[in-house]
Write a protein that binds this ligand. Structure first.
Ligand code: FEO
Length: 389
């Protein structure tokens, strides 16, 4: 296992998780990486670690450059265990190392590991000299946990951004000029939609603070390092955080005997005919985390379920629970579904919408199998709604 040089005396020493496919509910179809970075200066500094169980890969890459026991500082930019999980092993080897973290990191790491490690607590604007180079810190709480921070290596213009600007993408390529750009951008978008989306204000604040520094390289804690498309990914973050939507309506549903699917297709045809991009997602074959990537830029979110045992289908409930947690703002909602003798699916879906702050535009329900008259009624009603704006 080799380290990968980023710049003179700065190395990537992380671990590649080729086979992870479930990241607490997020389908990571391309795996991921846990990026740790080693800086060789008068003080040997490690930035972040890796997921528990992958420490040996990180240690092998560090050992390619230096004896890990010589590490002086371990910067912990985030407590979540995909980045701090390697601390017990590294601190057991680098016995004199000091952990540098923010106040919430200090609390979180002590609660996680209950170890009597040496901590140095930093806040925004603090910097430490590690020899010729110095590290500055910017606290970025809630991007993604209360303990997140950025570390900035001013002399080399490298921002170690932890979760921000990351992508779940396993690769031996380390830089964005070594890997297909469309895949990196698409995984960065999916990552934002599934991890960062609930925290627009903290992200805005972090972007605002990052504006004041000169960045040549963004080194996140997952996926590919940005050096060619630094401005582009920062611009994309500005766009995503603004909540600006496109002329797009996504239609998400499950169906038992295709009655709800007939309604879904009627809704889709109206959106398509009025100039909307209107992708259709049957939850039997689409993963909710891929659908959330589409929600990121959708003006309308249409959700359908037949009534099943006085409720909605479990796949739809799972999607709506996930959706509610990620809390996209400023979307318009349409609930739809078929029913037999009960009629509970629409109120269940609208309840999720209300709890998510979705502006409910209309609801469509059909008893048993929709015929042409039913679908024509739905089309007429929806068309009126879309054209009366
Ligand atoms: Fe990649 Fe919030 O941890």
């Amino acid at each position: 296992m080799k380290a990968k040089k980023i710049k003179e005396n700065i190395y990537w020493v992380g671990a590649i998780d080729w086979n992870v496919r479930n990241f607490h509910g997020y389908l990571t179809q391309r795996g991921t990486t846990y990026n740790a970075y080693l800086i060789i200066d008068e003080k040997i500094t490690l930035i972040d670690t890796v997921k528990p169980g992958m420490e040996d890969e990180m240690l092998a890459r560090i050992s390619d450059i230096i004896d890990p026991s010589k590490i002086d500082y371990v910067v912990s930019n985030h407590v979540e265990m995909d980045h701090s999980g390697g601390l017990p092993k590294i601190m057991n080897i680098a016995k004199n190392a000091t952990i540098i973290t923010c106040p919430n990191g200090d609390k979180g790491l002590k609660k996680h590991y209950k170890e009597d490690w040496d901590f140095k607590v930093v806040k925004t604007g603090d910097s430490i000299s590690i020899g010729k180079l110095s590290l500055e810190f910017i606290l970025t709480p809630m991007v993604h946990w209360p303990d997140n921070m950025f570390s900035y290596l001013r002399e080399e213009k490298i921002l170690f951004s932890n979760d921000a600007f990351g992508q779940h993408l396993a690769s031996t390529a380390r830089f964005d000029d070594e890997y297909p750009e469309d895949i990196i951008m698409s995984e960065a978008r999916k990552y934002y939609a599934n991890i960062v989306l609930p925290y627009p204000n903290p992200v805005k604040k972090a972007l605002e603070q990052a504006k004041n520094i000169d960045i040549e390289i963004i080194a996140p804690s997952h996926g590919i390092i940005w050096r060619k498309n630094v401005n582009k990914i920062v611009e994309e973050y500005h766009k995503w955080v603004s909540g600006k939507t496109e002329k797009k309506a996504i239609i998400v549903y499950d169906t038992m005997w295709k009655s709800t699917e007939i309604i879904a297709r009627a809704i889709q045809s109206v959106f398509e005919d009025t100039g909307y991009n209107a992708p259709l997602f049957n939850l039997q074959v689409n993963h909710m985390s891929d659908i959330m990537t589409e929600v990121l830029t959708s003006e309308y979110v249409c959700v359908g379920s037949p009534t099943l045992n006085k409720n909605i289908m479990p796949s739809v409930a799972g999607f709506l629970t996930y959706f509610q947690g990620l809390a996209p703002k400023g979307r318009k909602g349409i609930a739809f579904g078929s029913y037999g003798w009960g009629d509970q699916s629409i109120p269940k879906i609208t309840e999720f919408f209300k709890n998510s702050g979705i502006d409910i535009v209309d609801t469509y329900k059909v008893n048993y199998i929709p015929d042409n008259k039913d679908t024509d009624n739905i089309k007429e009603k929806l068309n009126e709604k879309l054209t009366q704006k």
